[in-house]
Design a protein around this ligand. Structure first.
Ligand code: UDP
Length: 224
């Protein structure tokens, strides 16, 4: 893709990730932080793959003056998430709507900061509209941080579900905390997220309600 962008002289976006910070020792994470990633762990292929992609983008920028834009995207949620991809927001909503147990990995004290998809898209569009001197990396995320337990309680309450919360083992190298410092996005893009978690969850829950009303989706998820 970098070679193609060079040939056709295109501006190119890398959808990078907060995973480049690994299990961070610096909190909140600024773009200047180099991260704390286990190179041989079970989630390393994603983390290191994205880190390597950032390296290649900056090599092309240095060597070929390619117009790059690198966004580090923090946990994003919203309508059209796949109900089965295993991420926390979709898992909890689907479980609550189906009255299944809510699966908390570990003790639920780990934190994430959830960004509504429309806010993310707005940030990415603003990044693409910046002058060539703005390469990033630039954090795009919502700095409002929640524990996973708080998220579970919020979703159960909003849905009025009878699900019970159960504990499952914490995956290896699961980051303990994550919160973006978005000072750079504020400065360079005049951007900050506008959607509060509760408001975004209302729209996401409504999406999944409609989806689960379809027989085919319900059958797959309940293995009927
Ligand atoms: N998680 C959880 N239950 C689930 C799915 C995820 O407790 O059913 C936890 C997971 O261990 C992590 C957090 O929720 O601490 C966010 O997980 P997700 O996969 O959505 O994003 P990531 O770990 O990549 O930030």
């Amino acid at each position: 893709m970098l070679g193609l962008a060079k040939r056709v002289k295109a501006k190119i976006l890398q959808a990078s990730t907060s995973e480049v910070y690994g299990d961070p020792n610096v909190h909140p994470q600024t773009e200047a932080y180099w991260g704390n990633v286990n190179p041989i762990g079970p989630r390393s292929c994603y983390d290191e793959g994205k880190r390597c992609a950032e390296t290649l983008f900056f090599d092309y920028w240095r060597q070929h003056k390619l117009r790059i834009k690198v966004a580090r995207i923090f946990n994003t949620y919203g309508p059209r998430m796949h109900p089965n991809d295993g991420r926390v927001v979709s898992n909890f909503i689907v479980q609550a709507l189906l009255g299944q147990d809510i699966t908390i990995y570990g003790d639920g004290s780990q934190t994430r900061s959830f960004c509504y998809v429309d806010d993310l898209i707005d940030g990415l569009m603003r990044l693409m509209a910046t002058g060539d001197q703005v390469t990033g990396p630039i954090n795009i995320g919502n700095p409002h941080e929640f524990t996973i337990l708080q998220l579970a309680s919020m979703i159960v309450e909003m849905i009025g579900a009878r699900s019970k919360i159960v504990r499952q083992p914490l995956p290896e190298n699961d980051p303990r905390q994550r919160q973006p410092d978005i000072s750079l996005a504020k400065e360079k893009l005049s951007w900050e997220p506008r959607t509060q978690l509760k408001e975004g969850l209302v729209r996401t829950i409504s999406y999944f309600e409609k989806l689960l009303a379809e027989d085919s989706a319900r059958k797959i998820l309940t293995r009927e």
